[in-house]
Ligand binder design. Structure first.
Ligand SMILES: [Fe+2]
Ligand SMILES: [Fe+2]
Length: 250
């Protein structure tokens, strides 16, 4: 079986070939696709109230575009299920949305720090998915990744705008405490069996631990240097894996 997996190159499995693949590969692919079908829709619903919370017309417009694109991501991943003649609603219901959306996005500061940190974590995942074997998924991820970079950009601009006032700075500091652990947690558990399976089938190229650490190093630089907010140097002081492979994760 491992030899089969080794031969799976990026984009080498077409829609027509999908059902001939190993059952484990099919299951893993459908797992990722259905968690996106559920999460992109749920996330868009969570983001929608932020349009009116945005402080300027420019930010309102960019937030509205972000919400529109998140609904678009839902439709894009849903199409991957539909073209396999699968009941996307049933899968999405069974799977549920990513745990990242369990924490409420209450304020504009929450929203922009979410985009700067948690959408950035999603982009780290998508950078792996664009090298995965199932071609329709790979293409959907390429298109989505481009838009996720735009969402991260809106988050960064929104934070910069808030940092101009003392009140805004305090809001960003409070939001970082909430959303940095959510971003770190989104990579899944340490020593994850599911990640091992993803790597076996070339859907991901690295462990959750390594991906999380690379992410932490990147966001730590941004938070401390660009934003001037102090956070611990040691990731374990911010978040620690309980070794759980939660269902509602990648
Ligand atoms: Fe999205
Ligand atoms: Fe996004």
């Amino acid at each position: 079986m491992q030899n089969v997996a080794e031969k799976l190159e990026a984009g080498s499995v077409s829609l027509q070939d999908f059902r001939q693949q190993d059952p484990e590969f099919q299951e893993l692919m459908l797992n990722i696709i259905s968690i996106h079908v559920a999460s992109e829709m749920y996330g868009a619903d969570c983001f929608e109230p932020s349009i009116l919370k945005a402080p300027t017309a420019e930010f309102k417009m960019r937030m509205a575009k972000t919400v529109m694109e998140e609904y678009g991501h839902h439709l894009r991943f849903r199409q991957l299920m539909e073209e396999l003649d699968l009941d996307w609603e049933e899968y999405a219901r069974r799977k549920g949305h990513l745990t990242t959306f369990d924490t409420p996005v209450d304020t504009w500061a929450d929203q922009v720090v979410f985009l700067a940190l948690v959408d950035r974590a999603a982009a780290h995942q998508f950078r792996h998915f664009v090298n995965s074997p199932y071609q329709p998924f790979q293409k959907a991820c390429q298109e989505t990744l481009k838009e996720e970079y735009g969402h991260v950009g809106l988050g960064m601009d929104g934070v910069k705008h808030l940092l101009q006032t003392e009140e805004g700075r305090a809001q960003v500091e409070a939001a970082v405490k909430i959303w940095l652990p959510v971003g770190l947690q989104s990579f899944g558990g340490d020593g994850s069996k599911r990640n091992e399976a993803y790597r076996r089938w070339c859907i991901k190229q690295d462990t959750n631990e390594n991906m999380r650490l690379a992410y932490f190093q990147q966001v730590r630089n941004i938070i401390t240097q660009d934003w001037g907010i102090d956070i611990p140097e040691d990731m374990n002081e911010v978040w620690r894996s309980d070794g759980d492979d939660t269902e509602r994760a990648y």
